[in-house]
Ligand binder design. Structure first.
Ligand code: NDP
Ligand code: 8X3
Length: 250
């Protein structure tokens, strides 16, 4: 399939974002890979070459976001698809014992960061009357689970923002979609448990989680539909997972 469309992916330095960047690049999309880790971005640029541009910024810093998007060179400035993927959980605690630092990190990146990047990018899409924005939500944005209230709240916000954005951009012919994964084994749990590998591993104990490539395939499906088709909302679970709290473990 020949393709020359340009995709900007936040959180492309690991997990879902990295797998999506690799898969879309294989399908001849040009990709702008974003993240904070410089060394990872350098490796991605080396691996993907000319069809890739990298941008280093923290999505939770609005000035950093607008400055980074403004700095894009001409050939990487006409963005066709935005994939708002950057985000993490920090901690797994009940409201009374969780830390404000963890709350702020989640709210600032998962909600405000996603909104900043969207605002920084939609202007030219509106002018061209074309574009596609895909937000990565979560099953945690559809159902809550114990000790996940703040992370779940951020993902419920992503779901609401996605729906509102779809209304606002409807007259501009811009597609707005969301993918809501269940358990995917990435660096997500390692970040949530602040580097505790055993705790991270236990999340997937006795069950087969999704892998990042599974979500990348769903995103590829979304971005390769004809212009009159918007796959608006996709919930993707491992077969072993029935809901946020019901997981079949052997
Ligand atoms: P990873 O931890 O592997 O990847 C997270 C990515 O987000 C990294 O590339 C990280 O890059 C980037 N990131 C995090 N915070 C910031 C920030 N403040 N500024 C810029 N980049 C940031 O996790 P996943 O791939 O699993 O997560 C991707 C998305 O999928 C997230 O939105 C997550 O909530 C969602 N999700 C994950 C599920 C799972 O089970 N894994 C299930 C459902 C949804 P860097 O550190 O280089 O900045
Ligand atoms: C990540 C999935 O269930 O660990 O959004 O919150 S979960």
């Amino acid at each position: 399939m020949m393709n020359n469309r340009l995709v900007l992916i936040t959180g492309a330095t690991s997990g879902v974002g990295l797998a999506t960047a690799n898969l879309l690049a294989q399908h001849q999309f040009r990709v702008i890979c974003c993240g904070r880790r410089k060394e990872r971005l350098r490796e991605i640029k080396n691996a993907l070459g000319k069809q890739c541009h990298t941008l280093r910024f923290d999505v939770s810093d609005s000035r950093d976001v607008f400055k980074a998007i403004d700095s894009l060179p001409g050939e990487f400035s006409k963005i066709d698809v935005l994939i708002n993927n950057a985000g993490n959980a920090h901690g797994l605690d009940s409201v009374e014992s969780s830390s404000l630092d963890d709350w702020n990190a989640m709210i600032d990146s998962n909600i405000k960061g996603l909104m900043y990047v969207t605002k920084a990018i939609i202007g030219p899409m509106i002018n061209r009357k074309s574009g596609h924005i895909i937000n990565i939500g979560s099953i945690a944005g559809k159902e809550v689970y114990p000790k996940g209230s703040v992370y779940c709240a951020t993902k419920f916000a992503v779901d609401a923002f996605t729906k509102g954005l779809r209304l606002d951009l409807n007259s501009h012919r811009i597609k707005v979609s969301a993918v809501h994964p269940g358990l995917v084994e990435t660096e997500f749990s390692l970040v949530r448990f602040k580097g505790d590998r055993q705790k991270a591993k236990n999340v997937y104990y006795g069950m087969q989680p999704l892998i990042a490539q599974d979500i990348a395939q769903c995103i590829l499906f979304m971005v390769t539909q004809p212009s009159h088709v918007n796959v608006a909302d996709m919930v993707v679970l491992p077969t072993d997972q029935a809901s946020s709290i019901i997981v079949n473990r052997q």
